[in-house]
Design a protein around this ligand. Structure first.
Ligand code: FES
Ligand code: FES
Length: 133
């Protein structure tokens, strides 16, 4: 049911943990099931994401999508990070079973929430970024 890449990222998650004094932190949850995801971003003065870590209380698909999402945004600038949609993450994982697609949304939402936090702290605007709910 899961692709090899999903299994790999689930069993060996990349960038799990937290960053103390992160430039931006975003926490999102799915109210229906209570699953939670938090993303920490370390962003330098050139707006490049130098480091990223995540924590999640969710299923294997949530772990795998967070892990892949962190790999995709690392080293990118904040504009490029906006292109890391849940569709892009799913493609990078060679797909997810349809019942698990909603779990992959948490990663995108958490990245956006962390970018929003960073933008607010620094008084900047990021094109296309909407205030997290
Ligand atoms: Fe809850 Fe996937 S995160 S089932
Ligand atoms: Fe909660 Fe999937 S069941 S995010």
């Amino acid at each position: 049911m899961y692709s090899e890449k999903v299994m790999d990222h689930f069993q060996h998650p990349r960038n799990m943990g937290e960053i103390e004094g992160a430039s931006g932190v975003g926490t999102v949850g799915n109210a229906k099931c209570g699953d939670i995801m938090r993303i920490y971003l370390d962003i330098d003065e050139n707006q490049i994401i130098q480091d990223v870590k995540f924590k999640t209380f969710g299923c294997g698909a949530a772990v795998a999508t967070s892990s892949m999402a962190t790999e995709l945004v690392k080293g990118k600038n904040i504009k490029e990070a906006m292109q890391v949609t849940n569709k892009a993450v799913m493609e990078a994982l060679d797909g997810l079973p349809p019942v698990k697609v909603h779990c992959s949304l948490l990663a995108e939402e958490a990245i956006h929430a962390a970018l929003w936090d960073y933008a607010e702290k620094n008084g900047i605007k990021i094109e296309g970024l909407e205030k997290p709910k």
